[in-house]
Ligand binder design. Structure first.
Ligand code: WT7
Length: 653
């Protein structure tokens, strides 16, 4: 089902653009030449990136072996160690005194950790893991809050060639159990607790529950963070601090094959058995380092970088740990929530550490829009010189707000499209090179080939919509689903031969820019017209009274599906008469997009249901809109939100 071009023609007519500032271009890592170089010889381009950015203990002999497609091998014959690349070599190059991590704890404690200090910790942790019987190839699960020890744990695994499986600290014990079982992990690394909204919250308790009874886990290493009481099993549990203080501070990084598994990361939100996305070493590290350099424009000697994601998601893996650290970045790591102790927390951190590169998600930007620009305006944010966005389409209004209010009207904003499966950024503007268009992810970065295709797998014309696909293998591509080759082929490669189907719909504009429309299952069909939920949300958010919007297609007797919108109002609009405002919003959408897109219903709500990674759970909203019993809410971050929405619906009747 391809979004119809007629509907697309009526959609976004965003025409603002922002050409690069020559001063930025002057110093930018990304260049126009990179495109030509990659187009001329893709393999040679990637070989060059791999050799220039990564230190190999043994050089590779073949760039890409695609003979067993869709199972790729990159940099065949090469050997390297990811932790050596992320830590040791910076110390060897004389940068041991550079701060790797400015850690900010939620209660206000801070720690600066240099690359030299990080190296010692990683070596000790590697020795501890080895002493617990973890060998090259064995899997280690990590269930941790945002702490420097989380990074140490990941790098220690990489150092001994033990693939890690990081499980986001917001997941339940059931989720831990199934992931640990699927990866057959013998060791889990966790913490006693974490600081969340001003209070310590338990963490180890969920691990305890997940590893009792039938479990492959032999040992649980516990980082002390909050000091709260924890249950203790003397046979199984070990304090991280005690073990590290006794460990040898010398350790030789173990060189592994380029295709050796680096980590497994389970994708959330899928039903049934969790899907363990497998990434390997050489190709992944190359593309993570390359993209962090040319897309985030990282200059490790002078920048202070901050990616606000949690290490438990792929964004944290690629753009907190492997990319920036391979590049020797100085970065901020913050433990807590953006509104603790107050809604200025992030901007206080930016001001204090003079953060120059900020990489965050549209949901965070819209939350800050909702809280009002008076909050960031209280802080000195002039150190910021590049802003990035990831995770979902960013509405043009949020994009412009981000640039104006946070970026002082001068910073490039790069909207980066990628997935857990792609391992690293695939589509983005190159700052300093690309003329920016708010709301568009723009184009494949040099070295990457993506297309928008129709049902037959044929590229669509400019101005048309279709499916987003990747038609050439890329270094950081997933190498499979852990333990399930068939599911890998079926999920991603079965729709068209030799084409990776990303699951997103997209359209090409007249300039060839890509506008990601969201997952294809979020595309609605109203009276035979295809409409994107994202497009209508974008229209609603462009209304001055709306802070955030979620749109679903609810079954409708006459029109097939009907557009149902849920909106959160901006502060000053909250007092207004609901009925008039609803009419105003419905007309606004009708006018901006087309009468077909006019929502049947607009519900004004206080919150929207989101997964722990910040994605709006449209499925639940669809249940509400269709007056069904609300389904499974276990992946919801805050389940009281649904009660509020349901209440609103009942009042409305
Ligand atoms: C899905 C992947 C990429 C790391 C975080 C999410 C959506 C991601 C964008 C963007 C529009 C985006 C897509 C994609 N998505 N970035 N810049 N514009 N959509 O990783 O959980 O694997 O989700 O997120 O739908 O398929 P993920």
């Amino acid at each position: 089902m391809t979004p119809s071009n007629e509907a697309l023609a009526n959609l976004l007519t965003e025409d603002r653009d922002f050409p690069p500032d020559p001063a930025f271009t002057e110093q930018a890592n990304g260049t126009q030449e990179l495109f030509a170089e990659a187009d001329a010889d893709r393999d040679a381009f990637w070989a060059k990136q791999a050799r220039e950015r990564i230190t190999w203990s043994k050089d590779f002999d073949t760039v890409l072996d695609w003979s067993n497609a869709p199972f790729a091998q990159w940099f065949v014959g090469g050997e390297l160690n990811a932790a050596y690349n992320c830590v040791d070599r910076h110390v060897e190059a004389g940068n041991g005194d550079r701060v790797a991590i400015h850690f900010v704890g939620e209660p206000g404690d801070t720690r600066d950790i240099t690359y030299a200090e990080l190296l010692t910790e990683v070596k000790k942790a590697a020795n501890v893991l080895t002493s617990l019987g973890v060998n090259k190839g064995d899997r280690v699960a990590i269930y941790m809050p945002m702490l420097p020890e989380t990074i140490v744990a990941m790098l220690a695994c990489a150092r001994i060639g033990a693939p890690h499986s990081v499980i986001f600290g917001g997941f339940s014990s059931d989720a831990i159990r199934s992931r640990v079982a699927d990866a057959d992990a013998r060791v889990v690394i966790t913490a006693d607790g974490q600081n969340r909204r001003g209070k310590p919250a338990p963490l180890k308790a969920a691990v305890d529950e997940a590893v009792t009874g039938d479990s492959p886990v032999e040992h649980v290493l516990v980082v002390k963070r909050t000091g709260q009481d924890v249950a203790w099993d003397d046979q199984r549990d070990i304090w991280w601090d005690e073990a590290l203080s006794k460990a040898d501070a010398e350790h030789e990084a173990v060189p592994v094959d380029s295709e050796h598994p680096l980590f497994i990361l389970y994708t959330s939100g899928t039903t049934g058995k969790p899907k363990g996305i497998l990434h390997t070493t050489g190709g992944y590290l190359t593309q993570a380092a390359y993209t962090n350099s040319v897309v985030h424009d990282l200059h490790p000697e002078s920048d202070v970088y901050w990616c606000t994601a949690d290490v438990g998601w792929v964004t944290g893996h690629s753009y907190i740990v492997y990319g920036p650290m391979a590049n020797g970045a100085t970065q901020v790591m913050y433990e807590g929530t953006p509104d603790t102790p107050d809604q200025g927390r992030w901007w206080d951190i930016v001001q204090k550490y003079k953060v120059s590169i900020l990489y965050t998600a549209p949901t965070a930007i819209r939350t800050y829009m909702k809280w009002g620009k008076e909050i960031p305006e209280k802080y000195d944010l002039t150190s910021l010189r590049l802003l990035g966005s990831v995770g979902e389409p960013i509405n043009p209004e949020a994009w412009v707000w981000y640039r104006e209010v946070i970026g002082g009207g001068k910073t490039p904003v790069v909207d980066t499209w990628w997935q857990t499966e792609t391992g690293a950024i695939m589509i983005s503007a190159l700052p300093g090179v690309t003329t920016l268009k708010p709301g568009s992810a723009q184009a494949a970065i040099p070295g990457i080939s993506v297309k928008v295709v129709d049902d037959a797998g044929q590229p669509v014309q400019k101005g048309q919509g279709g499916y987003l696909i990747i038609d050439q293998p890329w270094p950081s591509m997933l190498r499979g689903i852990w333990g399930d080759d068939e599911r890998y082929k079926e999920t991603y490669w079965s729709r068209w031969p030799d084409i990776y189907f990303a699951g997103d719909g997209a359209k090409l504009d007249d300039d060839g820019n890509i506008w990601v429309l969201g997952r294809v299952d979020d595309v609605m069909n109203v009276s035979g017209h295809r409409l994107s939920t994202t497009e209508i949300e974008s229209s609603l958010v462009s209304h001055p009274k709306v802070a955030e919007a979620a749109v679903v297609g609810a079954t409708d007797e006459t029109t097939g599906q009907a557009v149902c919108a849920f909106v959160i109002l901006r502060g000053d609009a909250q007092q207004e008469d609901g009925e008039d405002l609803v009419t105003e919003l419905r007309n606004h959408v009708a006018k901006q997009i087309s009468p077909i897109a006019k929502p049947r219903q607009v519900m004004i709500v206080a919150e929207l249901p989101k997964t722990r990674s910040g994605k709006i759970m449209r499925r639940l909203l669809r249940d509400v809109a269709e007056h069904r019993e609300v389904g499974d809410v276990t992946t919801l971050a805050d389940s009281s939100v649904m009660d509020l929405i349901q209440q609103g619906m009942d009042d409305d009747k």
